[in-house]
Design a protein around this ligand. Structure first.
Ligand SMILES: Nc1nc2c(ncn2[C@@H]2O[C@H](COP(=O)(O)OP(=O)(O)OP(=O)(O)O)[C@@H](O)[C@H]2O)c(=O)[nH]1
Ligand SMILES: [Mg+2]
Length: 309
């Protein structure tokens, strides 16, 4: 199946809730009035675009309608599409550092963080497969030592993608896993080290302290490495994703977002507010559970897929 068709299929629930509803709405109005904008706001909010972004969208649409003397409701579709396209393509730094030519001679360390169940371990497996496909030598660090099954799940992905992994016993110090993994990366000449982390500890402050500790180990043991911290968020968490991103970013600087489970949710509208309201680029999206269901995020294709009939 083509790249675009697979993306469109993955976004089908969001299409149903967002684009199809907009088309229905625009077809039911004969002229553009306040009532139309109110109903448009409702549709946008329903698809999980955050309220501030929705207000921005409708305010700007109203102005454009006025300035350009637009009277046919159907013309709103293209105006809206363009508006969403501008918002979603605002931050164009979507390439992974590990794939940039500038950093190809360095050790790239990708630290993957996020609350439990969002899809960290799965996304790491997918990233490992993708990077191997780009001829990168990848090593994984199983630094989620909180759950016994966590390492096993990552070991499974390491086998599937044919990459090396450093894992300790469950309950071990995550900092020690990362320490060993850094030294193993240097010794084995790895290009990319990807570190899995726990999504849940006894308290939120435990979790954040642990992430900071891992960052300190990286800073000390691999001062010349290119470090990229990716936050994994589950698209079906809707508005809560914005909150999660802000909280994590307070403790560890987040360089990019991996947005998972877009295939299983009608809340894909939140991608628009994430791109519009956070100064953090969405780098990858997850549209399924298979190894090749991780896609580089391309805002333009995303909007095209949503608006394609
Ligand atoms: N449909 C779908 N499912 C996904 C996607 N990404 C991950 N999952 C599923 O989500 C569930 C949780 O994924 P994990 O990778 O274990 O999540 P995690 O963040 O590592 O979870 P913890 O280790 O508990 O913190 C698994 O069943 C995955 O198969 C996606 O893009 N689409
Ligand atoms: Mg995990």
């Amino acid at each position: 199946m083509s790249f675009f068709r697979r993306l469109k299929e993955g976004l089908s629930a969001t299409k149903e809730k967002l684009t199809k509803q907009i088309d229905k709405l625009l077809a039911s109005f004969r002229k553009i009035d306040e009532e139309l904008f109110e109903q448009l706001e409702e549709v946008l909010i329903e698809s999980d675009i955050a309220i501030d972004t929705v207000m921005q969208i409708t305010e700007q649409l109203k102005q454009e309608v006025k300035i350009n003397n637009i009277s046919d409701p159907k013309q709103i579709r293209d105006l809206l599409k363009k508006k969403l396209m501008d918002m979603i393509t605002k931050n164009s730094n979507t390439t992974l550092n590990a794939l940039k030519d500038d950093y190809k001679d360095k050790l790239n360390i990708i630290l993957v963080v996020g609350v439990n169940g969002t899809g960290k371990t799965t996304s790491i497996g997918k990233l490992a497969g993708m990077l191997t496909g780009h001829n990168k030598k990848v090593l994984l660090a199983a630094a989620d030592t909180f759950r016994a099954a966590a390492s096993e799940q990552l070991i499974e992905w390491a086998k599937r993608t044919g990459v090396d992994i450093v894992a300790h016993k469950s309950g071990a110090d995550p900092g020690a896993v990362v320490y060993d993994a850094i030294h193993a990366s240097v010794k084995r000449g790895a290009d990319v080290l990807i570190c899995d982390t726990a999504g849940r500890l006894h308290t939120k402050s435990n979790l954040m302290e642990e992430l900071k500790k891992i960052s300190r180990v990286i800073g000390k043991e691999a001062p010349d490495a290119i470090v990229e911290t990716l936050l994994v968020i589950d698209a079906s968490a809707g508005q809560n994703s914005l909150v999660q991103a802000r909280v994590f970013n307070e403790y560890v600087k987040i360089d990019g977002i991996i947005l998972t489970k877009l295939d299983g949710t009608a809340k894909g509208g939140m991608v628009i507010s994430i791109c519009n309201e956070l100064d953090i680029p969405v780098k990858y999206i997850g549209i399924g559970e298979k190894a090749d269901d991780l896609r580089p995020f391309d805002g333009k294709s995303f909007i095209e897929a949503l608006f394609d009939n």
